[in-house]
Design a protein around this ligand. Structure first.
Ligand code: FDA
Length: 436
């Protein structure tokens, strides 16, 4: 006989969005019956704040460890341990992968052979790290090649790092993961070379001028940048990479390799069943997919961003996962249809070394820089940029701001503050938003 259980609400995936969705569910539905909500995750632990993996988790000593960073501590909210889910009658099915989904029948089949049926499904499957093999390379199986998406990856990275003190690391990729891991490796006294094909780091967000500051800062910590080329192969001996070979033939000695070449949304279960866009599952302003019983949130969801004129975006950032998750739960629980469309202000941040930046909105239009990103003038410079589009502030980036200053740039973007003269804006810098 086929095993099976039925739930009114099922959250598929147990990452950031799942944790925030669960808390919102409990808050909005204090009368929920035990066993109404179930979360299915292929990870072995309750939802946690994934950004910690490239920051606190990699510290050489006193690093962040579970249960310390389960959701929702990243938003200064309750810490939800496995006990919390139990106490609230939420079924947390861990270490279990969903292998097929049938949207018409409203069922999920798990790796343990169980069929789980739902009335309402929230898809929160997130994204996965792209592998070298996905871009025509090889070597992912080597003992000292690391990725970073989940706790297992982070544990491997920590172990490999500790196995080669003072050694050489080659970091492949100059995006978020590459840059944050490089900083962590330096803190662990590993010598780092970062290789990426672009002209500068964080190419999708940073302007050349912003990137120059961070690259100089990293260089002052001993990091070497190799731009405009790629690692074409890895030389492996007894299961370990020894050398990374660049397209131009250069050979980099490597005691370890960290790969951060991007992510892909986990949509496969729903291909051909739900409408897709921007590499994710397409949803409306209520986070509802093309099937009325299915919502999608977090990294896997492509949703209309009002501030960008309703343009459909897929944002792989933690704040987006938290807010879209809460919005979907509010919409799913709302029988009266009173929950409006999400009005999301895109927000990303990063923290490396003693630095920290925030970005709001859209990096569209003309970039207008302000402040002095000169390390010689100040060890903790404050600088940034506004992106001006059609005479309004569309996006804003700030390094080294105070909470008030970050709130002020966020507010300027949200309101679309009018800019009469970009030269004047460059001179005023933060005074422009403080004045508004
Ligand atoms: P998330 O990936 O968190 O969760 C998806 C869950 O679904 C996982 O538990 C996965 O195992 C599970 N799953 C998938 N398919 C399944 C299946 N078929 N069956 C069962 N379970 C399944 N953002 C930011 O703004 N600032 C930052 O500093 C950082 N830093 C950062 C560092 C690192 C190392 C990473 C990997 C990511 C970040 N991010 C970030 C991005 C942020 O963490 C990300 O946007 C959120 O985790 C997205 O939350 P989701 O819940 O959508 O996916």
């Amino acid at each position: 006989p086929e095993m099976g259980r039925a739930f009114a609400y099922v959250i598929l995936g147990g990452g950031v969005a799942a944790g925030y969705a669960a808390l919102e569910f409990v808050r909005l539905r204090s009368d929920a019956a035990a066993g109404e909500l179930c979360i299915i995750s292929d990870e072995e632990v309750a939802p946690y704040e994934r950004p910690a993996l490239s920051k606190g988790y990699l510290l050489p000593e006193g690093g962040a460890r579970l249960p310390g960073f389960h959701t929702c501590v990243g938003a200064n909210d309750q810490l939800l341990t496995a006990d919390w889910y139990r106490e609230h009658g939420i079924e947390l099915i861990l270490g279990t992968k969903v292998i097929t989904a049938d949207v018409r029948r409203k069922t999920l089949l798990t790796s343990s052979g169980e069929t789980i049926s739902y009335k309402t499904l929230i898809v929160a499957t997130g994204a996965r790290a792209l592998k070298l093999e996905d871009i025509g390379g090889s070597g992912s199986d080597a003992e000292n090649v690391c990725y970073l998406r989940n706790i297992k990856d982070a544990d491997k990275l920590v172990n490999v790092m500790r196995s080669c003190p003072g050694g050489d690391a080659v970091v492949i990729g100059g995006g978020y993961i590459g840059m944050e891991c490089a900083a962590a490796l330096v803190a662990n006294k590993i010598k780092v070379t970062i290789v990426f094909p672009g002209k500068h780091c964080m190419e999708r967000l940073f302007t050349p001028k912003i990137a120059e500051f961070y690259e100089k800062y990293y260089a002052s910590k001993g990091v070497t940048f190799i731009r405009g080329t790629v690692v074409s192969s890895l030389e492996i001996s007894s299961g370990k990479v020894t050398t990374a070979i660049l397209r131009d033939g250069r050979r980099l000695p490597a005691d370890m390799v960290v790969v951060g070449i991007g992510a892909r949304a986990n949509t496969a279960l729903f291909e051909g069943q739900l409408a897709m866009e921007k590499g994710g599952i397409k949803v409306n302003g209520q986070m509802r997919t093309s099937d009325a019983s299915v919502y999608a949130v977090g990294d896997v969801a492509a949703f209309p961003v009002k501030l960008a004129g309703g343009d459909v975006r897929r944002l792989e950032h933690v704040d987006c996962a938290r807010r879209t998750a809460r919005h979907a739960v509010a919409a799913a629980l709302d029988a009266s249809g009173g929950v409006g469309d999400i009005d999301y202000l895109p927000f990303f941040y990063s923290r490396v070394f003693a630095l920290s930046w925030q970005f709001y909105g859209d990096n569209a239009g003309e970039a207008v820089h302000f402040g002095d990103p000169d390390l010689a003038a100040s060890p903790a410079p404050k600088f940034g940029a506004f992106w001006v589009s059609a005479g309004r502030v569309a996006g804003a980036f700030l390094e080294g701001g105070t909470p008030e200053e970050y709130a002020a740039i966020a507010n300027a973007v949200r309101r679309g503050a009018a800019v009469k003269d970009v030269a004047e804006l460059a001179l005023q810098g933060l005074a422009f938003v403080a004045r508004e």
